[in-house]
Write a protein that binds this ligand. Structure first.
Ligand code: ATP
Ligand code: MG
Length: 382
């Protein structure tokens, strides 16, 4: 995929931006709080229909303005496309809509049209941070290329919310209605089995792709693999990918039932794919517990970059890579490997404080950003 043009209108500190994106690498550099992340956020918003920084869209509108829009023109192997996301007020009411080539699309239809891989300093916590980070990684990776997974996830989250709400109602009334809870269990078990099966099916590909990148970064010295960890009443285990859908359904029904009392007391569902984890292993040992900080960072980088190969394998074209402020977090050799590895293969947009860190030799362009305004920087020396 290739980006062509980005337009932002009243988006964060961009009153108006028109940016051509024809180069392999676009570097946005500048001091703090000038609009580097805002620009990537605008691009992401146009592509995905939501921000990676906030769930409150009203924060995106330039202070003092009412409406905003973000539009991206790009090319995939079928042709040119234009995605526009806008928030506007019509007859006093707020309206948000996404248009693909001028036709309104739902969030579900929009998701995965333009594939992006975003890497921020937060992602460096992927290995040692909270399991929620790793679940999000897995969900985003699979959902971008698998519409069924996206739908299953939506369904699961909806049923989960309803079951939790019901548990809290029971708690307030100080009475657990087992029969009704069993109805929720059955529905949640079905949705959970879909999620789990899709996750297990793709684990092998994700693990292999991450392993290849990790080996490349460490020049073949170290090996990485991933393992899915399923939470159960008696601890965490590695689920058997050969189990059938109905076996998983039965399994979840049993596990949920075992925890009726506990869930009732807590007021939430304590088991299911929303509690599972991903284990990242190096030579068979969990990096989370045994890895050095450098190894953990390298593994996090490998996981994120593996998304590129993973998406390429399914889509037959590379996604766009967005790197927000990660260069300063990596040492020179990893930086080099990152920029060289992408060069000519994956179109990349990156932001950095210090221009000198973006040591690029191929088809690249540099912009300095200051107060939401870009200025091309043709300065050759570094
Ligand atoms: P850093 O190097 O620190 O990451 P950055 O260049 O990435 O900086 P951004 O996060 O892109 O900085 O921009 C932050 C600036 O944008 C802040 O000064 C903030 O006040 C401004 N800003 C955030 N939201 C809005 C908004 N809705 N309207 C106008 N300005 C905004
Ligand atoms: Mg920033």
């Amino acid at each position: 995929m290739r980006l062509k043009h980005l337009r932002l209108h009243h988006f964060r500190n961009y009153e108006g931006l028109e940016l051509d994106l024809s180069h392999d690498l676009t570097v946005i550099f500048g001091r703090n709080a000038q609009g580097k992340t805002n620009l990537l956020e605008g691009l992401y918003y146009a592509a995905m229909g939501f921000s990676f920084r906030t769930r409150h869209d009203e924060e995106l509108v330039t202070f003092g303005q009412e409406d905003c829009a973000a539009e991206i023109c790009y090319e995939d192997r079928y042709g040119e496309n234009r995605l526009l996301v806008k928030r506007s007020h019509q007859k006093g009411r707020l309206k948000k809509e996404s248009l693909l080539n001028g036709t309104p699309v739902s969030p579900k239809e929009q998701y995965g049209q333009l594939n992006l891989v975003l890497f921020t300093p937060d992602d460096l916590q992927l290995v040692k941070g909270d399991p929620a980070l790793r679940r999000r990684f897995l969900n985003m990776e699979i959902a971008q290329i698998n519409r069924m997974y996206y739908e299953a996830l939506q369904k699961y989250n909806r049923v989960l919310l309803q079951r939790n709400k019901f548990l809290r109602q029971c708690r307030e009334q100080e009475h657990l209605e087992e029969a009704q809870l069993l109805v929720w269990d059955a529905e949640l078990a079905r949705a959970a089995s879909h999620i789990l099966q899709e996750r297990l099916e793709t684990m092998e590909d994700i693990s292999a792709a991450a392993g290849r990148v990790y080996e490349k970064i460490t020049e073949g010295r170290e090996h990485l693999s991933l393992q899915y960890l399923q939470k159960r009443a008696d601890g965490e285990t590695i689920p058997d990918p050969r189990h059938s859908f109905s076996e998983w359904e039965g399994f979840y029904q049993d596990e949920l039932k075992k925890r009726h009392r506990l869930d009732y007391l807590r007021g939430y569902t304590s088991i299911g794919p929303h509690r599972d984890d991903l284990q990242i292993l190096q030579e068979g040992r969990p990096l989370k517990s045994f890895g050095s900080q450098g190894q953990q960072r390298t593994a996090a980088l490998a996981l994120k970059l593996s998304e590129l190969d993973f998406i390429h394998k399914i889509r037959d074209e590379y996604p766009i890579l967005l790197l927000d402020d990660v260069l300063s977090e990596l040492d020179a050799s990893r930086r080099h490997m990152l920029l060289e590895g992408m060069s000519g293969r994956v179109q990349t947009l990156l932001t950095v404080n210090d221009r000198a860190l973006a040591d690029c030799s191929g088809d690249c362009i540099f912009y300095e950003v200051s107060g939401g305004t870009l200025r091309e920087d043709c300065h050759e020396g570094r």
